[in-house]
Write a protein that binds this ligand. Sequence first.
Ligand code: FAD
Length: 492
Amino acid sequence: MTQAGQLAGTPGHASAPRAIVVGGGISGLVAARELSLTGHQVDVFEASPRFGGAVASHQVAGLDLDAGADSFAVRSTAVADLATELGLGASLQSPNPAGSWLYHAVDGAKRGGPRAMPMPATALLGIPADPWAEDVKTVIGAAGCVRAATDLAMPVTRRQAKEPISLGELVAARMGQAVLESLVTPIVAGVHSADPTTLDVDTVAPGLRAAMAEHHSLARGVAALRASAPAGSAVGGLAGGMHRLTGALLAELDAAGARLHPGTPVVSIARAEPSHDPSEDGWDVTVEGRETPESADRLVIATPGPAAVDLLAGLLPDAAALRPKTGHGIALVTLVVDQPELDAAPRGTGLLVAPGTPGIRAKALTHATAKWEWLADEAGPGTHVLRLSYGRLSDAPGTIPADDAVLRDIAIADASALLGVPVSAADVVGWDVVRHDAALPFATTGHRDRVEAFRTALAGHPGLEVVGAWLAGTGLASVVADTRARTSITAS
Ligand SMILES: Cc1cc2nc3c(=O)[nH]c(=O)nc-3n(C[C@H](O)[C@H](O)[C@H](O)COP(=O)(O)OP(=O)(O)OC[C@H]3O[C@@H](n4cnc5c(N)ncnc54)[C@H](O)[C@@H]3O)c2cc1C
C-alpha cells in the first residue's frame, strides 16, 4: 500500500520544518521521502533535467528499458521493502537462475583462444566457497585449484583480518593469482568498474573478513556468508524495470506536496546566520542563477562524491580525502536485435569479460531478455535486448570511442563473439548509448575508515546529512539502507 496519504499530511503547513535535498538520484529521493514522512516541507534540487541519477529509463525500439541499474542485491530486504511501501511489491521479480558466464583467455594460448564458461555457482565476487568445485576447476585449472585450496589450511594473519587491505591483495595471498585474475577481477570490473587490487575489501564485501577470521579460511568465510544470505538469487528486479522505483518515489513526493526542481544545480551551501543555540542553526542553499539563497532547517547532500566534496569544502575540509578519482567514465550500449538463435539463451544471463581478453573491448554483456522474463514477454520471441558495458578503471583516458555509432559497431562485433551467435548490423532494430561519467564511486583501500572519520566530523553540524553511494557503497541495497537510516525520524 502506498503511503501517499500519510505523506500528504503535515508538510503543507506553513509551520512545517523545511528540508532541502541536493541531488535527485535514488539516495536524494529516498531522503526526501523520509523527511516528508517526518513532517518536513521538502525541496529537492536536481542538476540534470531528470530525476533518478543512475536509476533511469530510456526507450529503445519502443521498449522502456533501464538506462542504469537493472537489479538490486537481496542480501538485505532494504530495496524490496521500499518497493513494497511504494506499491510495487507485486512487481518484484527474480532473474533467470541460469546466472552469468565468464569469458576469458588465461590459458588461451594452450587451449585455443578465449572461451566462455558458466560462472562458478557458489562464490562471492568470484571468490569460490569451494576451491575444489568442478566449475572452479574448469576456469582456473587443477594447478589453480591446488593453490586456492592452501587457503583452507593457512592461518589468517592479523593484516588479513584487521588492517586496511585491498580485495585483490587478500584474494591473492589466500588463494593465488589464478583465482584473482580469472574469477575475481572480471566480476569486480563488471560490478565496480575497478581493479580489485585497489578496492577496499570491507566496502565491497562487508562482513567477509569477520567471517574469514571466524572460520579460519577465506573460502569458508564465503561459504558462511552465502549460507546466511537469503536462498535463491543474489539479486532481484522489478517487472517493467528498476526505473519504476524512481517513478514511484517521484509520484509519492509530488502527492505529498514536496517541491521537485529538475535542472537546478546547487552551487553552494552555508550555515544560516548563527543563533545562540547551534542545534537550532539552519542552512542556506544557493542554486545556479539565483542570488537569494533558499533556507532550510535540515539539509541533505545526495550528490556524487566530487560535487559533495566541492559543496562541503568550506565546512568539512576533511571531505577532500574522500573525493573519488574521476575520469573513468563508463558507457552502456543497448542493442535490440532480431536474432531468434538467442531465444536459447546460449550464455545464461550474459557474460563478464576478463581484462585483457583478446578481441573483446566490452567488459560485460547482459542478455537482458534472457535475464528478465517480463522483458522477454514484452520484446516477443526472436527479439532480444543486449546491453554491453565499456570502461575499465585501468583503461587509458579516451579508450571509449566518443562517437556513438563507432561504439555501436564495436558492440555488435563483441556481442557476436561473446554470445557465439552471429549478430549483424542488419539484425539491429534499435540501439542507444548511455554514458556515465565516473558514475561508480571508487572505494579504495581504507575507504571505510575515511568514511567513519568523515561521519564523525559531520556530527558537529546538526541538521546536515550527507548520503549517497560514494559513502554508503555502490549499489541500491547499500544506498537505500544507509539513506533511510540517516534521514528517518530516528536519525533526526
Ligand atoms: C550504469 C550503472 C549501472 C548500475 N547497475 C546497478 C545495478 O544493477 N544494481 C545496483 O544495485 N546498483 C547499480 N548501480 C549503482 C547504483 O545505481 C548507484 O549506486 C545508485 O543509483 C547511486 O545513487 P545516488 O543517489 O547515490 O547517486 P546518483 O544516482 O549519481 O545521483 C546523484 C544525483 O545528484 C545530482 N547532482 C550532482 N551534482 C548536483 C548539484 N550540484 N546540485 C544538484 N544535483 C546534483 C546528479 O545529477 C544525480 O542525479 C549502477 C550504476 C550505474 C552508473
